[in-house]
Write a protein that binds this ligand. Sequence first.
Ligand code: SF4
Length: 221
Amino acid sequence: MSLSERAARTRALERAATVAAACRKCRIGYTRSNNVYGEGDPCARLMVVGEGPGETEDLLGRPFVGRAGQLLDQMLAAINLPREDVYICNTVKCRPTLVEGDKLRNRAPDPSEMTNCRPFLDEQIEIIAPKVILALGAPAAKSFLGPQFTITKQRGTWFAGPNGSALMATFHPAYVLRQTGNSMIGVKRDVWTDLKAVREKLRQPTELAAEAQQTFLFGDE
Ligand code: SF4
């Protein structure tokens, strides 16, 4: 990837983040502390997509920085991918909340919020053009694959993702952290299997690379 291409992508993402920061299309656009657009390598081959920012992410304006974020970092490190080499974002850029007593609680984004915010996610995918998209949790997976998607049955399966990407879903790190005992071991084992498949997919030469190799070996025919 040339430096100018990297710089162009960085500028495009910065411009898009500025637009998202001013967006008030949903009610949660008024209750958020920060718009959590996304962060990471603009030329990442892996894009990780969660459902929406939680309390810590909302306060810091960064995706996956709470306890679940720490586990995500460990998951990525397990397949030799430092967080800085990946692009991380969510299906919605503002924290979905509900009021319980005198407290604001996290909640899953509702369908209208996901629809409203989808152009920002599509734009990120178009700019970054990741080879692989890893959706974390059922809501993120359903935003790509439709409401019939079942995380317990279909996680770890490859699907055709947007913009020519390969798409897989696995359990959300927050879900992993909610498990205990044997249940946690079982869920972690499933996630590890999925991560190994992601690592393998990233290792496979892209079609472009395969084409370049063909041209290098045999010339233009
Ligand atoms: S969630 Fe997305 S569409 Fe809704 S207000 Fe926030 S940035 Fe705008």
